[in-house]
Design a protein around this ligand. Structure first.
Ligand code: EPU
Length: 335
């Protein structure tokens, strides 16, 4: 279906009132034919669950390609593993539950991450010690410009922290479905401190992926705002990675600075840096940083694009001034 002047408010979790000139809803393969030459000459944006996209203008002068194809199917299984395909329009958490209900391990720590399947591959979602790349086998894409279908293997996507080759792509290539490999053999990932602490606190013994899903969901619900109640896009910035020598200097001045080892250097907690600069729980007009998680910008109701950009800029500047660290946005800002 093709719609004109489509209000995007229900399609973005930040809850911004923006209108798209046109929107093409892709529910099945036949709908791909709607993306014809006329649309390909205009500005196009692929949209999934809208949980990481911020429309800062009232009007998007282009075409939104809304991916809504559904389905989960088992491709192959043996006693140890199962391989499944999930179509991009599936809600990610439904896929996590589908796996957990069947006792398959591999994505349970990614429970309750908002968004749809297509987007999880775009930015290699990660939470509580697990990343999509650990269970991702391949994905199938469709390019409406040359009408070519293509399969990318895990190694082709150059996965990194909140990164894959699709993250900053200029052309429009639609991720159609994602193939995952899950384990039937118990593999508990309890390395993340918040999980360790909660297991100890509740005195529980994790024996099923569903138990882990529930535990992670409880941790998330305790500090992350529900976008249905308070508009937000999860983490607004990425956790910055600094050179070890820079980290040593910071550690001298701030001995309690949280950090995590990473392949590229020392990863800092952006939430901590933002909190230290006094932004946690602070409201500026219709936007602010959440009072339980300083990394999350929230929309108190009628946020304007300008307010979002100004607050983000003020935070970036104050973190540079105090720590000489430049925060990069994790959310996708649409100008
Ligand atoms: N912290 C603060 N102040 C706060 C919140 C946290 O100082 O207000 C400190 C904590 O004490 C902790 C550290 O920051 O030492 C890390 O906090 P947390 O465990 O909450 O994780 P995060 O680094 O802020 C990342 C992801 C989240 C993911 C969690 C759990 C990024 C950008 N964000 O947040 O992902 O759920 O880890 O794994 O990497 C998202 O991408 O939208 C998202 C929510």
């Amino acid at each position: 279906m093709v719609y004109s002047n489509f209000n995007l408010k229900p399609l973005n979790s930040f809850g911004l009132n923006s209108t798209a000139k046109t929107l093409i809803s892709i529910d099945n393969e036949d709908d791909l034919l709607y993306i014809d030459e006329d649309y390909l000459r205009t500005r196009n944006l692929i949209l999934g669950g809208g949980s990481n996209t911020i429309f800062v203008n009232d009007f998007f002068d282009g075409n939104i390609i809304l991916i809504r194809n559904k389905g989960i199917s088992i491709i192959e299984e043996d006693d140890d593993f199962v391989i499944l395909d999930a179509y991009s329009g599936e809600v990610w958490n439904d896929v996590v539950n589908f796996c957990a209900e069947r006792n398959w391990w591999g994505v349970e720590n990614l429970a309750a991450v908002p968004g749809n399947v297509g987007a999880v591959a775009v930015q290699n979602i990660g939470a509580y010690g697990q990343e999509l790349k650990d269970s991702f086998l391949e994905c199938l894409t469709y390019n409406p410009i040359n009408k070519v279908w293509k399969t990318y293997q895990n190694k082709d996507l150059d996965f990194g922290y909140r990164y894959s080759i699709f993250k900053y792509q200029k052309s429009i290539e639609i991720i159609w479905k994602v193939r995952l490999k899950l384990s039937k053999i118990k593999v508990i990932n309890d390395s993340y401190s918040a999980i360790k602490d909660k297991i100890k606190e509740d005195n529980i013994n994790i024996s099923s992926p569903m138990q882990m899903c529930q535990l992670v969901t409880q941790i998330r619900n305790a500090k992350l705002p529900n976008p249905k109640l308070l508009g937000n896009c999860g983490s607004f910035f990425k956790n910055p990675i600094v050179h070890n020598s820079h980290f040593e200097l910071l550690k001298k001045d701030y001995p309690s600075i949280p950090s995590f080892d990473s392949e590229k250097g020392e990863k800092l907690a952006a939430a901590w840096l933002i909190e230290q600069c006094g932004w946690k729980g602070r409201r500026v007009g219709n936007v602010g940083m959440h009072d339980k998680q300083a990394l999350i910008m929230v929309n108190y109701g009628n946020a304007k694009g300008e307010e979002i950009l100004c607050l983000a800029q003020d935070i970036v500047e104050s973190v540079i001034n105090k720590f000489n660290v430049k925060l990069e946005k994790e959310v996708h800002i649409i100008l």
